[in-house]
Design a protein around this ligand. Structure first.
Ligand SMILES: Cc1cc2nc3c(=O)[nH]c(=O)nc-3n(C[C@H](O)[C@H](O)[C@H](O)COP(=O)(O)O)c2cc1C
Length: 142
C-alpha cells in the first residue's frame, strides 16, 4: 500500500480545496491517503510517506505562510533527499515567485520533484479542479 501525505496550510480555504481535490484524485485501492492541515502534521507524516504533496498559498510578499508552514518546511528540509515531492498552492496577484523559490528549496534538499508546482489563482474551478485531480492521480501512479 503506497502512503501519500498531503500537508497544507490555507488561510481562506482555497489551498485547502486544492488539497481535497488532489486527495480525491489520489484515492485508489493501492493508496493510503493522509490529508492533513499542517497544524496537525508531524515529521513522521513526511518520513513515513512514499509520496508527499505540500501545499501553501502565496503569503507575505511572495513567501510561505510564516507562522506554521514555513517552520514545518524548514523542519523537514533535511529529510527529503530521494523523496517524491509535489508542491501546490493558490495565489492572488503575484507571478508565482513564491512557488519558484519553494521549488528551488526542494531541489536543494535533493527531493525528487514530481511536478512544477501546481498554482491556482484564487479558488480552484474548471481547469484548476481538473489539474488538482490529475495531480492526485499522478501521485497515486508513482
Ligand atoms: C496576507 C496575505 C498576503 C498575500 N501575499 C500574496 C503574494 O505575495 N502573492 C500573491 O500572488 N498572492 C498573495 N496573497 C493572496 C493569496 O495567496 C490568495 O488570496 C490565495 O487564494 C489564498 O489562498 P488560501 O485561501 O489557501 O490561503 C496574499 C494574501 C494575504 C491574505
Amino acid at each position: 500500500m503506497k502512503k501519500i501525505s498531503i500537508i497544507y496550510w490555507s488561510g481562506t480555504g482555497n489551498t485547502e480545496k486544492m488539497a481535497e481535490l488532489i486527495s480525491e484524485g489520489a484515492v485508489s485501492s493501492d493508496t493510503k491517503v493522509n490529508l492533513l492541515n499542517v497544524s496537525s502534521a508531524t515529521i513522521e507524516d513526511v518520513t513515513g510517506a512514499d509520496v508527499i504533496a505540500l501545499g501553501c498559498s502565496a503569503m507575505g510578499d511572495e513567501v510561505l505562510e510564516e507562522g506554521e508552514m514555513e517552520p514545518f518546511v524548514e523542519s523537514i528540509q533535511d529529510k527529503l533527499s530521494g523523496k517524491n515531492v509535489a508542491l501546490f498552492g493558490s495565489y492572488g496577484w503575484g507571478d508565482g515567485q513564491w512557488m519558484r523559490d519553494w521549488k528551488e528549496r526542494m531541489e536543494n534538499s535533493n527531493a525528487i520533484l514530481i511536478n512544477d508546482g501546481l498554482m491556482v489563482n484564487g479558488e480552484p474551478d474548471g481547469e484548476g479542479i481538473k489539474e488538482c485531480k490529475e495531480l492526485g492521480k499522478k501521485l497515486a501512479s508513482l
